[in-house]
Design a protein around this ligand. Structure first.
Ligand code: BT5
Length: 274
């Protein structure tokens, strides 16, 4: 049995183990699908959502052979080491609120990790960092019907008990895991349960339109404001200083001429931790 947040004996992710003691009201109370290996939990969740799976359905995998990040990048997902999960959400909110879901999930993720004794940093829009290394990432994918949201797949990948050698050389100096940071193994089941509780709470606030509260909590963990950044935009690259997050969740970057740019969707490809 997997007990306590810190545990030297991580167990497999089984639906009954995740359900036992899960203190959510609806998230994870729908079916929990646990696969040994899938290409991508987001793809599985999308398939299930198209078949009508309800809001709150959770898809987990021990490993992903084609775990993905944004912009066709990959998410390295070694077997049994991390949490790779996707949630099916059906928010009845304006479609333009979609980018806020990533920030909302970031707050839940940061709080869940904080509970095991690590204070992580959030790097706009979807990265969770420990120092200058990435420990988790969020991938939000939405479908739209007419002018409303069809469904949203919220994917989260966390390096939990991942060893340095589990990472390919290309990201070994950029990535870390919770256990590398703590110096001991972490219970994936308990962390997942905490994360689902936090996601449920923050997602409900998101649906109610309480984005101000979400941004306030996000700022407690933010790791990039005031720092020099280089932002990859669809057809250009912007160099400047990350000044603030606007009330709609966009990143405001001031370039060296003093002009302020609103980044709705972009990618910070470089920043320096002070
Ligand atoms: C992300 O994309 O960070 C989103 C990652 C979401 C993964 C979850 S796992 C469950 C669900 N199912 C999926 O298929 N995906 C979601 P992005 O910001 O584009 O970052 C991708 C970049 O992070 C890569 O290009 C690498 O540089 C780096 N990276 C890849 N795997 C990593 C890992 N395990 N740890 C740290 N960095 C990693």
């Amino acid at each position: 049995m997997d007990q306590g947040l810190k545990n030297s004996c991580p167990v497999n992710l089984q639906p009954h183990a995740v359900r036992e003691g899960l203190e959510t009201r609806w998230l994870g109370k729908q079916p929990i699908y646990c696969f040994d290996e899938v290409e991508s939990t987001n793809s599985e969740a999308k398939r299930l959502a198209r078949q009508g799976a309800q809001e709150g359905t959770v898809v987990l995998a021990e490993a992903q052979s084609m775990g993905r990040g944004r912009l066709r990048r990959s998410w390295i997902s070694p077997h049994g080491k991390g949490l790779y999960l996707s949630l099916i959400l059906r928010p009845q909110v304006p479609p333009e609120w979609c980018p806020r879901i990533t920030l909302t999930a970031g707050v839940a993720l940061a709080e869940a990790v904080h509970e095991i004794g690590i204070v992580p940093g959030l790097k706009w829009p979807n990265d969770m960092m420990i120092g200058d290394r990435k420990v988790a990432g969020i991938l939000t994918e939405a479908t739209f019907e007419d002018k409303s949201i069809g469904f949203v797949i919220l994917g989260v990948g966390i390096n939990v008990n991942t060893h340095a050698l589990d990472f390919p050389v290309s990201i070994r100096n950029l990535a870390t895991s919770l256990s590398l940071s703590m110096g001991e193994a972490i219970s994936r089941v308990t962390l997942l349960q905490t994360l689902l509780c936090k996601l449920e709470q923050w997602y409900e606030l998101f649906c109610q339109g309480s984005f101000e509260k979400i941004l306030e909590a996000w700022h407690k963990y933010e790791a990039v404001l005031g720092r020099p950044v280089e932002v990859n935009l669809p057809d250009s690259r912007l160099v400047g200083v990350a000044e603030r997050i606007d009330s709609d969740g966009s990143l405001m970057v001031r370039d060296k001429t003093g002009r302020l740019h609103r980044i709705i969707a972009g990618d910070i490809i470089y920043f320096r931790v002070q």
